[in-house]
Design a protein around this ligand. Structure first.
Ligand code: ADP
Ligand code: MG
Length: 260
């Protein structure tokens, strides 16, 4: 093919926002020639590749703006380490029907059982199929809302937390909240109700949330919205963070027993 035509295709592809085609035209042509592709197959190849590259770029961007601490998946989670947790429940959630239904999920349990891991894994799955995701700890959200409130921007900041299809609210219950802080959390949860999904993690049972939020009436109102369409996953096993250390201590004990 003449240089003139290839450079014109590159220029047009660039103008049309098809950078992958512009950059890989020669390669595409070589592959088409090698496989003796017909017109239809060639066009199919060009469009499919452009689409795949575009999709990959979208996901990468969406994951970056989601501010998730990592991008672990369900496949990275070892269910055999938490036998009380039903893998089917998690795998059903990972179909991300919850995001379509604007339903919630709450992960409860002590530190290290994988609450954040699983909430992130669901959010990553939702992100891959096109839902927007934002990750925050509860404390960070409260701090940001208070800062915005102090300069008269509370409503705008709250809207920011309503925008993502899936909001991950991590670490509810680590710090008790003051009344005005608890009220800000209530506003976010109640405004997201049936509008978006919230994935929440907490080391405190619901019965202890009264102490966290400092007000039983407010907690009842929060739980009412949160739990109406919600999967509650309680994980009550050992900490995965301590897994290797516990194994090391057991080995040490065995060594001592053997030598002693
Ligand atoms: P939590 O939020 O419940 O405190 P995390 O989700 O932060 O716990 O888990 C702690 C660490 O252990 C993370 O690196 C996580 O990926 C890992 N982890 C926890 N449970 C499992 C598991 N069952 N299989 C694989 N990794 C796990
Ligand atoms: Mg956590």
């Amino acid at each position: 093919m003449s240089e003139l035509v290839t450079s014109r295709i590159r220029a047009t592809a660039t103008t049309m926002g098809l950078p992958h085609l512009a950059a890989n035209l020669t390669d595409h042509l070589a592959r088409a020639a090698a496989a003796q592709m017909g017109y239809l197959d060639f066009l199919d190849l060009v469009l499919e590749e452009e689409q795949a590259v575009r999709e990959e770029r979208r996901v990468r961007h969406a994951l970056r703006v989601s501010k998730m601490p990592h991008h672990k998946t369900i496949e990275d989670y070892d269910f055999s380490y938490q036998p009380t947790l039903d893998p089917r429940k998690i795998k059903d959630l990972a179909t991300v029907a919850f995001a379509e239904a604007r339903a919630n999920a709450v992960f409860l349990g002590p530190p290290g059982v994988g609450k954040t891991h699983l909430a992130v894994a669901l959010a990553v799955a939702a992100c891959r199929v096109g839902y927007s995701v934002y990750f925050t700890t509860l404390d960070d959200m409260v701090r940001n809302l208070k800062a915005a409130d102090a300069i008269g921007r509370r409503a705008a900041k709250i809207r920011g937390y309503l925008r993502p299809h899936v909001l991950v609210l991590d670490e509810v219950g680590y710090q008790p909240l003051a009344r005005d802080e608890a009220n800000l959390v209530f506003q976010v949860i109640s405004k997201r109700y049936e509008k978006g999904s919230t994935l929440l993690t907490s080391n405190k049972a619901f019965s202890e949330w009264g102490q966290v939020f400092g007000d039983d009436v407010l907690v009842t109102a929060i739980l009412d919205r949160l739990l109406h369409h919600c999967e509650v996953i309680a994980i009550n096993g050992p900490s995965y963070r301590l897994k290797n250390r516990i194994a090391a201590v057991e080995d040490l004990d065995a060594d001592i027993a053997a030598t002693g």
